[in-house]
Write a protein that binds this ligand. Structure first.
Ligand SMILES: [Zn+2]
Ligand SMILES: [Zn+2]
Length: 140
């Protein structure tokens, strides 16, 4: 199955090829880092194998940014240098996986969330999403 997506200004386009939607793991993250980078109350990303992701258009518009996440892990992020859309991120310990920013998918609801991370940092006005896993931090 193919899951196409791209940035807001449409200069960058990508395609994810997976056996089925279950091969992706979408999750919300309430950590401060995700709030800052996305400008929202939480980040939503879909974890997919690196090999399933191909940029089909606009490679030259991709800016890469790397910074310590505050806990000693180097976090790599890519975004569009024209419109600023975040595209993907992965930590130095992510292995062969990358995390696609959910809203950049053309049809995000094809890959619905399976869990929430850093619930200890959840904004107090936001209720828990039912019937998915909940972790207070990344690892428990
Ligand atoms: Zn763009
Ligand atoms: Zn986070």
């Amino acid at each position: 199955m193919k899951f196409p997506g791209g940035c807001y200004c449409k200069k960058i386009r990508y395609e994810i090829e997976l056996e089925d939607a279950d091969k992706a793991r979408t999750s919300l993250c309430h950590c401060k880092n995700c709030k800052k980078f996305t400008g929202g109350p939480f980040g939503v990303t879909s974890k997919i194998p690196k090999s399933s992701y191909t940029v089909t258009q606009g490679k030259e518009k991709i800016t890469e940014h790397e910074m310590d996440n505050g806990a000693g892990t180097l976090l790599h992020r890519e975004f569009c240098n024209e419109c600023g859309s975040p595209l993907l991120e992965y930590g130095a310990n992510a292995g062969d996986f990358i995390y696609i920013f959910y809203g950049t998918l053309d049809k995000p609801t094809d890959l619905p969330p399976k869990g929430e991370f850093f619930c200890s940092k959840r904004d107090n006005w936001m209720p828990e999403i039912p019937n998915i896993f909940h972790k207070q931090k990344i690892q428990e």
